[in-house]
Design a protein around this ligand. Sequence first.
Ligand code: OGA
Ligand code: NI
Length: 348
Amino acid sequence: MSERQETPVQEIAKSCKNEVPERFIHKNGYPQAQVDFVPLMDDFVVDFSLLFDHSSSESHHLELAKLQSALSQWGCFQATNHGLSSTFLDEVRQVTKQFFHLPLEEKLKYSRLMDDYDGYGNDTIVSENQTLDWTDRLYLSVHPEDKLKLQYWPEKPLAFRKVINEYTAKLRMMFEPLIKAMARCLSLEENCFLKEHGESVNMAGRFNYYPPCPTPQSVLGIKPHADGTTLTMLLQDSEVEGLQVLKDEQWFRVPVIPDALFINVGDLLEIMSNGRLKSPVHRVVTNSDKERMSLAVFCLSDPNREVGPVAELISDEKPQMYKRVQQYQDIFFQYYQLGQRPLDAVKI
Ligand code: OGA
Ligand code: NI
């Protein structure tokens, strides 16, 4: 299978004069992509300061109940009062946008090489039939330290490394309390997912840049997929909407809440929970007049570690639904680019 790097979407957007290349067009169309017809999802905000504060048992339990309800209905929610200031979140957005606004030659210094996940680029071509996503991205491993590939870390803007290191270190602090709270939502011993996952959390940032697209009705920013992670923590653009979540075969728009982090369950946690927690399918739509950025931070277990459904959730009534998996990311990317669900490959 040959892989080649494509022209950045940002460059195509500049030069395409309203004619988007064929390979970005979803030929069968896709229903309800137009923002006007897609309802807004609501009522799924979780206040982390209350969730993680066990001193007031009443407000803590109330927040835990909200988390439980969001997880069972959506598999995702917006986190507020997480301890990151709105000024700091704006700095994260700022350095991300500044990177994508650099001249092309500068960005190309960080181009992803073949057979690597890290670096600047866009969709890997695995098939002639693949429909391409209208987005450029910078993918960076951010934790643990020995997985960092510094050659891909932008030197400009100057604040990039410092801001992103600080940001991801803070997100890392939220991982453990959050996955413990999720176990408690299922009335499980709070360490049960953590034990399965392993103490070490691997984190990678996917910095997404979506240029305006002249034909948003037939082009997607990111095609429908679920994340191959344990959890994903997403910082959305502070103004421009685009993310949508699928529930009961209906798409819903994720509202922009500027100071909130959008958090979703990923396939690995669906596997560990033996299907009790759902990894939601989501997509990103394009629009014709505004650029959009986002930063998804993927949290997953060490790729060499084998993870599977926890024993507590397997019973005669609920038999094991998924095989134990290792190196899930590799399965993930092959299926993803073909618009298929990698979870189907590991179902029993
Ligand atoms: C992703 C993703 C959503 C967004 O990067 O996996 O779903 O809003 N991003 O950019
Ligand atoms: Ni995603």
